[in-house]
Write a protein that binds this ligand. Structure first.
Ligand SMILES: Cc1cc2nc3c(=O)[nH]c(=O)nc-3n(C[C@H](O)[C@H](O)[C@H](O)COP(=O)(O)O)c2cc1C
Length: 389
């Protein structure tokens, strides 16, 4: 990542790679900027209200090409913990989402919900069902490493639980299918699946949390089977609409964890997902253009594209001078930074296809318009991590 310019370059022409349209299946996005999913905790009883609609509408009005919503719970008892996380089932929530999708579409935007099951990371104490522990492939929380969770919390969460039964696995796969069907009914343009950060789908992919010896565990192909089955049932529900899949090397349990030590290991997990129907991989990282493996300059998104042949989104620190971990821990001040040329160059040489932007768009609803018209970025206000505006 470069760290020289403080203001965005004035490249508001149609030759700017960031502002070229892109088609994913039959869906055309007006530009290459994807708003990354960010949990807001502003949907009481799982129902997104008018304030959630206007929050996304403002980003669409400012020109975001693709909005990916905050994580949204599927219809399963242990999908998400906090009751203010929105969900994708029930009349009230679906009416709320319809208001969101109408508002985004009226502003020329496109929007996918990020369907979410928290798996090992669901905190019973935060939920209104504290008697239920989180669903875990083998009962393991994961190997704790460099994490922002406190020691007491980690100790409590690490207590082993019952491995998931095949019946529970089938119920959850069906719940993803139901959520995808509901999302289409509520007017979404496609579906994003949260397959990263140590949550349920990722906990099947990750060797530290998946010790199963049935068809969902063992070698990479079997660890990918749960995710691949979800992708396949979602495809069956949503026809030709796009499926986006987020994956990450890092986990909330351990920012230093790696899903694949080598490109081959990563490919062995991602290729079956592409074959099952993923159209767009969302390569969640801390620094979007950092080389993912020794011996090559390719970023994580670059590798995902090379390995699967699918379009990819690069994420991590776009428009800002540090990573999310530093913002959360306060270990360095988060400042605006024009590091967009590296993203433009990577898109132009087809290393990856889109720029995923989290904190910068959360901080400033007008961020994409500022980039397009060459206006300076505004200062980052940490309080915006929690606000809904
Ligand atoms: C407040 C906040 C909430 C987040 N919630 C989610 C989430 O629900 N799902 C997800 O996949 N990532 C989530 N993330 C991670 C972002 O999508 C993104 O990957 C991360 O912030 C790195 O991008 P950035 O450097 O542009 O901020 C969240 C990030 C923030 C700041």
């Amino acid at each position: 990542m470069t760290d020289t310019l403080l203001e965005p370059a004035a490249e508001a022409t149609t030759t700017d790679p960031l502002f070229q349209p892109i088609s994913i299946r039959e869906l055309t996005l007006r530009n290459r900027v994807s708003m990354s999913p960010m949990t807001r905790y502003h949907s009481p009883d799982g129902v997104p209200g008018a304030d959630v609609a206007s929050y996304y509408q403002r980003r669409a009005e400012a020109g975001v090409g693709l909005i990916v919503t905050e994580g949204v719970g599927i219809d399963h008892l242990t999908s998400v913990d906090d009751p203010a996380i929105p969900h994708m089932y029930g009349k009230a929530a679906l009416e709320g989402w319809r208001r969101v999708t109408d508002a985004v579409r009226a502003a020329g935007g496109r929007i996918f919900p990020q369907l979410w099951h928290q798996g090992p990371l669901r905190d019973p104490a935060r939920s209104n069902r504290p008697d239920l522990v989180g669903s875990r492939p083998s009962g393991h929380w994961g190997k704790a490493g460099h994490t922002s969770y406190g020691d007491d919390y980690v100790d409590a969460m690490r207590a082993p639980t019952q491995p998931m039964s095949t019946g529970e696995i089938a119920d959850i796969i069906a719940a993803f299918a139901g959520a995808a069907r509901n999302a289409m009914e509520a007017g979404f343009d496609g579906v994003a699946l949260h397959g990263g950060h140590g949550y349920l789908i990722d906990s099947f992919l990750w060797h530290e949390t998946n010790h199963r010896d049935d068809r969902y565990g063992g070698d990479s192909a079997r660890r990918a089977a749960f995710a691949a089955e979800i992708v396949a049932v979602v495809r069956a529900e949503i026809g030709n609409a796009p499926i986006m899949f987020r994956f990450s090397q890092h986990k909330q349990q351990d920012y230093g964890a790696r899903l694949g030590e080598t490109p081959e290991e990563l490919g062995a997990l991602l290729v079956p997902l592409a074959e099952a129907g993923v159209d767009l991989f969302d390569a969640s990282g801390r620094v979007f253009d950092r080389p993912a493996f020794e011996g090559s300059n390719l970023s994580l998104a670059g590798w995902a594209k090379k390995l699967t042949g699918k379009p990819t989104v690069a994420i991590g620190g776009i428009g800002l001078g540090n990573g999310l971990g530093e913002t959360l821990s306060g270990s360095s001040e988060t400042k605006p930074l024009d590091n967009l040329q590296a993203a433009r160059d990577a898109i132009a040489r087809q290393e990856f296809d889109m720029a995923g932007v989290g904190r910068a768009i959360l901080n400033d609803p007008q961020w994409v318009e500022r980039v397009r018209t060459g206006q300076p970025f505004i200062p980052f206000d940490r309080a915006n991590l929690g606000r809904l505006s």
